[in-house]
Design a protein around this ligand. Structure first.
Ligand SMILES: *Cc1c(COP(=O)(O)O)cnc(C)c1O
Length: 398
């Protein structure tokens, strides 16, 4: 008998033994404040559905109409026969929403990062990357072949030193350089020090790229994102966006100056070699932009909910880490404790997934609570009550 796959079961057993095995739940309902998970109706604290748009009737209708008009499948990559008028319309609307010259739409935030980074830098170049950047940034950097220099999380001084050490301007040993940071960090909910990053990028004449996946629909006026939040319009060269979080659909985009977007239309590999975002998704994204542009109501509700939840959890004695956004980590440390806590909450009909290594460092396990505008005050109160109950039971709070 062949033994060549035995290593996989050994690795899986190892994950179980260390409390690192991720038990993936199955959802049997639309997204919302309450969802059906493995046959059970539970309070949803896990989705990136910040504004509750994932099951909004206006998005559903837009998607259905687009299917009737354009059909189900894209049948081609964007660069051959897959670019619909709808894609170009969405790109123009996103550019206006974000206050940039242009955008290019990809199939996801993940492919946006892979496509943008690998088109902007190559093997003679260097990337300065925050040590806690999202996996898709790390993978995009590796794919590009550029030298990757990691700097301490949100530490502008460390970034400045790293650029100096690599040799700036005259006599630098690389051709192009790119600073990349998440805007909002997805596991801690803290915000990048954008004004300082902009200053450093300008001082050293280095390209600056910010991944605004958790900032859109959350930060800035009416959810226009981190650049709007810090009023840094025109000073961030490349922004990455996703339509799979606050926008409630799926898809990604790159925003910036005309020449960057034109370059990615020619050289963005997921644009050239992977089929286009479907018409239904694109139309639903357009409906999201309409909603965001027409009112700040959902964004305001999101923040009201986030502030309330966080302050109540702190009063109970929970540690919510460094969060400045609706992403609310409940810091527990130990991996087994995080798993146990999550499992007990699930028994109490509250769905909050544990986040453990390798998503975060060993010993930094947490439950990550994702607050949404879809939560009613009573939903939050129910969640807080159950956190208090399980927290006392497991000795996390008194
Ligand atoms: C979620 C996320 C992505 C990936 O976006 P998808 O559209 O889900 O592929 C990329 N970057 C960051 C920072 C994210 O949080």
């Amino acid at each position: 008998m062949s033994n060549k796959l035995k290593w996989i079961s050994e690795e899986l057993n190892h994950l179980h033994a260390q409390g690192l095995y991720n038990n993936i739940r199955t959802i049997e309902s639309p997204q919302g404040a309450w969802i059906v998970v493995d046959g059970k109706r539970v309070l949803n604290f896990c989705s990136n559905n910040y504004l509750g748009l994932a099951n909004d009737a206006r998005l559903r209708d837009a998607a259905k109409r687009a299917i009737d008009q354009y059909g189900a499948g894209p049948a081609a990559v964007r660069s051959i026969a897959g670019t619909l008028a709808l894609h170009r319309e969405l790109e123009a609307r996103l550019a206006k929403f974000k206050g940039v010259e242009a955008t290019i739409v990809f199939q996801s935030g993940f492919t946006s990062n892979l496509g943008a980074i690998s088109a902007l830098v190559g093997k003679d170049d260097v990337i300065f990357s925050d040590e806690l950047n999202h996996a898709s940034i790390i993978d995009g950097g590796r794919l590009s072949g550029a030298k990757i220099v990691r700097y301490a999380h949100n530490d502008a001084g460390a970034l400045d030193d790293a650029i100096k050490k690599e040799g700036d301007r005259e006599g630098r040993p690389y051709t192009r350089a790119l600073i990349i940071s998440d805007g909002v960090f997805s596991m801690d909910g803290d915000i990048a020090p954008l004004p300082a990053l902009v200053d450093i990028a300008e001082k050293h004449d280095v390209m600056l790229m910010i991944d605004d996946a958790h900032g859109e629909g959350v930060l800035g006026r009416g959810g226009r994102g981190i650049v709007d939040h810090f009023k840094m319009h025109g000073r961030v060269d490349i922004e990455i966006g996703t339509m799979s979080k606050a926008f409630g659909v799926v898809g990604g985009y790159v925003a910036g100056k005309n020449e960057i977007v034109e370059w990615l239309n020619q050289r963005g590999r997921p644009f050239l070699f992977s089929s286009a975002l479907t018409a239904a998704d694109t139309a639903a994204c357009l409906a999201s932009v309409d909603i965001l542009e027409s009112s700040t109501e959902l964004v305001d509700k999101l923040w009201e909910n986030a502030r309330y939840f966080k302050s109540e959890m702190k009063k109970l004695g929970f540690d919510t880490g460094k969060s400045e956004t609706p992403i609310t980590p409940i810091m527990l440390g130990d991996e087994m404790l995080a798993r146990k806590f999550s499992a007990r909450l699930f028994e109490e009909n509250v769905f909050a997934m544990p986040i453990t290594y390798p998503t975060v460092a060993k010993g930094k396990a947490r439950l990550r609570v994702m607050i949404s505008a879809a939560h009613a005050r009573a939903d939050l109160d129910r969640g807080i009550e159950m956190f208090a109950k399980v927290g006392k039971e497991l000795g996390v709070v008194r």
